[in-house]
Design a protein. Sequence first.
Length: 80
Amino acid sequence: MDAIQQHMIDSYRAAQHGELPPPLPGRHDWAVVRDVRDRRRFDAVMAGLPARRRWRTALRELFTHGRHATPPDNSGRSGA
């Protein structure tokens, strides 16, 4: 039995008992992932370790470190 079939059975049972149907499968998956990440950060801080940043932020900083764009030329001269 897959998740959709189980959801259909649970929805039918909830309707028979006059209860709200359960959320769709996968609806709260990303919220759970964020909660787990936040819990790991909290546990690290409580243990006296540094809280880690998001992977994407760390990689962006690693690859763009020292490669800042040059500021625009504001001398008033045209580039012709």
